[in-house]
Design a protein around this ligand. Structure first.
Ligand code: ASP
Length: 321
């Protein structure tokens, strides 16, 4: 008997088939797996003393961050340099943006210098997708408003996959300010696509309307939300995106929604704690949990961020169909 031909979904992907990385939405399981596998190949390499590669020699990466960033900007810079690219960090503070130049004019100006890639962070949801239509280089979304932060979701997935051996079938509780969080949106997309079960755990004021439509289970209580879960992902209150007060007081927020050892006890005994950073200790997470090396993978997330961003930069410099 002739064996059935493999379905297209099962065929291994030879390359990343898109010009840009604007979000997790629209990526297939095979594309996500391809990016994670490529990132995985960089983890050990990055732990060696002699870690620099020449894969992107002669390529130029421009970082254009309109919002503050510690981990993402630094790790994109490091990722580009480890691959041998020339990396330029645009200082928004000292640029013509402060003189009233629009985002698109700035991007077109940089595009005229012929970079291979623009890595952009902006406070408006959708601004980076708009910019990508105007330039002829590849564009990587490093966070747009409360919309998407694709490399964060990929680095979270890599951290989880390395610790748990898989993504499919895991129960992941995403807790805190879901309403304003691009990290939550990208993670929900990725985890659903990869077959994990996602719960969101938050007070009603910090959840988007019709959140169930995102394919998640909704909880308004930490104990019930964390019960039996494999992964607990904590989010910061995104005060910069809030108009007015969304919580009565930080002290009360911590009492009901902050992750401490007592609340974590509802999750599986080997449940892993993640946080994208920056952390507000004593608000959404207790110091003892954040620093517990048996439970918290927060520093490992930062390490995986470099490997994931290397994979994304490489993916976008390959010729696309
Ligand atoms: N660093 C993440 C972001 O840029 C999370 C946060 O800021 O709370 O979205």
């Amino acid at each position: 008997m002739v064996p059935p031909a493999p379905s297209p979904a099962a065929a291994p992907l030879l390359r990343y088939p898109h010009r840009h990385l604007l979000g997790i939405e629209g990526l297939s399981p095979a594309e996500i797996t391809w990016l994670l596998d490529l990132a995985e190949s960089h983890v050990d390499q990055n732990r060696r003393p002699d870690k620099k590669l020449a894969t992107l020699r002669g390529r130029t990466v421009m970082n254009l961050f309109f919002e503050s960033s510690t981990r993402t900007r630094t790790s994109f810079e490091l990722a580009g340099k480890l691959l041998g690219a020339d990396v330029i960090n645009m200082q928004v503070e000292g640029s013509s943006i402060k003189k009233g130049e629009t985002l698109i004019d700035t991007a077109m100006t940089l595009n005229a210098m012929r970079p291979d890639m623009l890595v952009v962070r902006h406070d408006s949801s959708g601004a980076i997708a708009l910019l990508a239509q105007k330039v002829d280089c590849s564009v990587l979304n490093a966070g747009d408003g409360s919309h998407e932060h694709p490399t964060q979701a990929l680095l979270d997935a890599l951290t989880i996959r390395r610790r748990k051996g898989r993504l499919a079938g895991l129960t992941v509780a995403i807790c805190g300010d879901i309403l304003h969080s691009r990290v939550a949106r990208s993670n929900i997309q990725l985890l659903n696509t990869m077959g994990a079960m996602v719960r969101v755990v938050a007070p009603p004021t910090l959840l988007p309307r019709e959140v169930e439509r995102l394919g998640v289970e909704v909880h308004h209580d930490m104990h019930a939300g964390l019960e039996g879960c494999d992964i607990v992902m904590m989010l910061r209150l995104q005060a910069e995106r809030m108009q007015g007060a969304f919580v009565p007081s930080l002290r009360e927020y911590f009492r009901f929604w902050g992750l401490d050892a007592e609340k974590l006890a509802a999750a599986k005994p080997d449940a892993l704690v993640l946080h994208p950073g920056p952390m507000n200790r004593g608000v959404e997470i207790d110091t003892d949990v954040a620093d517990d090396i048996d439970r918290s993978a927060i520093t490992e997330q930062v390490e995986m961020g470099v490997a994931v961003r290397m994979a994304c930069l490489e993916a976008l410099t390959q010729p696309y169909p």
